[in-house]
Write a protein that binds this ligand. Structure first.
Ligand code: PLP
Length: 384
């Protein structure tokens, strides 16, 4: 089955911001497995944690406590000011858990109400429920019938939420920055407004921080920029630094799951949790978040300078989740040219390039990326 279009070579080795293919070609990686490898490729902290834990205990099964999972849960709970953590293997699975938890909460506390307000252009994963929650264009007609109970509203429009927020609703669920949707930020004011609105209505605020969490935006969690606290948060991607790990984090008052409601063979396995602990410590290490902001400023300045030189294009995003929107559909072709020049870039939309390097990317690597990007854009434009 072909589920993705891929170039005709294989990647064989990685180190930091660099990848090598099976022909020995080298690539500067500003995709990093879709914002997953937050410490870059083959980071020694991760390799060490993985090897040490593998030699000790890989998986006693989810029926038993294990030390790495307990350690990571404690750290996440403390850092998020939320109380309870449930581990999963993917962002979609964590979001599926968030949807289930909200529905159970609705059954217990809201007379069986179950509808969740989500955003158009949002992305929450590829299980049936998370595809149903997503607002990705072109997905409306896929895999029908979808899971019912999701109401879609446009981003950054509080009145649109007010208009549909009735007794049938139990939660509002969104990404602080729509990543797959082309790096479209929910404004801080909008997030604060949503927090007030949901609190007044007595419904839950669920933040999908699968892409924005774990330092990606320069704070541990993106919602900290707005100074709001969600009732439920999901984490994925960067939390495992490249290994399959995700988490559902929630306030105690919301946690109405009972034994058997949620689970999975690999959930909370110590091998992945040990990596999660190592990644967590690295992100909260001295100067790490500050470095993200410094590199982000360099990247943003460089992208804006390129847009100015071109006479078109807009830069969006926060931290090391930035986009250059050309406003014209050249991004896919530019990404292809960049690939040929040894630079990995992602075009989530035909007119938009997304930049999600390792969070420990260097100044030199950003400068080199900007140089290769300018070359790819110039080559593409002189063709047209
Ligand atoms: C990637 C992503 C997901 C899905 O995560 P998977 O690990 O691919 O299942 C969900 N939500 C957001 C915001 C994402 O960026």
């Amino acid at each position: 089955m072909c589920v993705a279009v891929r170039p005709d070579f294989a990647m064989v080795r990685g180190e930091g911001s660099w990848l090598w293919d099976d022909c020995g070609r080298r690539y500067l990686d500003f995709i990093q497995g879709w914002a997953v490898n937050c410490l870059g490729h083959a980071n020694e902290v991760i390799v060490r944690a993985l090897c040490a834990q593998a030699a000790q205990l890989i998986n006693p099964g989810p029926a038993f406590h294990n030390a790495p999972a307990a350690r990571l849960a404690r750290r996440l709970a403390d850092a998020s000011q939320l109380d309870r953590v449930f581990f999963a293997n993917s962002g979609a699975e964590a979001n599926e858990g968030a949807i289930k938890l909200a529905r159970k909460w609705g059954t217990v506390n809201r007379k069986g109400a179950h509808r969740i307000i989500t955003l158009r252009n949002g992305f929450h994963g590829r299980t049936l429920a998370t595809m149903s929650a997503s607002g990705k264009a072109g997905w409306e007609s896929l895999f029908e019938p979808k899971v019912p109970g999701f109401i879609k509203v446009p981003i950054n429009d509080l009145n649109a939420v007010r208009a549909v927020l009735d007794d049938s609703v139990i939660a509002v669920m969104l990404e602080p920055i729509q990543g797959e949707g082309g790096v479209i930020p929910a404004s801080d004011g909008y997030l604060r407004g949503l927090r007030e609105l949901t609190a007044e209505a007595g419904v839950l605020l669920i933040l999908d921080e699968v892409q924005t969490g774990m330092g990606r935006t320069g704070k541990l969690f993106a919602h900290q920029w707005a100074g709001v606290l969600p009732d439920i948060m999901t984490l994925g991607k960067g939390i495992g630094g490249g290994v399959p790990l995700a988490a559902l984090v929630a306030r105690q008052a919301v946690c109405c799951f009972e034994p058997g409601d949620q689970g999975g063979t690999y959930n909370g396995n110590p091998l992945m949790a040990a990596v999660g602990c190592a990644v967590f410590d690295a992100i909260l290490g001295k100067g790490f978040l500050e470095n993200i902001l410094a590199r982000s400023a360099e990247l943003e300045i460089g992208l804006k300078a390129l847009a100015t030189k071109l006479g078109f294009g807009e830069v969006r995003g926060r931290g090391l989740l930035l986009a250059l929107d050309f406003g014209v559909p050249i991004a896919t072709a530019v990404a292809e040219r960049a690939l040929a020049a040894g630079l990995l870039l992602n075009a989530p939309k035909p007119s938009t390039l997304r930049f999600m390097p390792a969070l420990n990317v260097s100044s030199d690597e950003i400068a080199l990326m900007l140089e290769l990007l300018a070359g790819a854009v110039t080559a593409q434009l002189s063709l047209r």
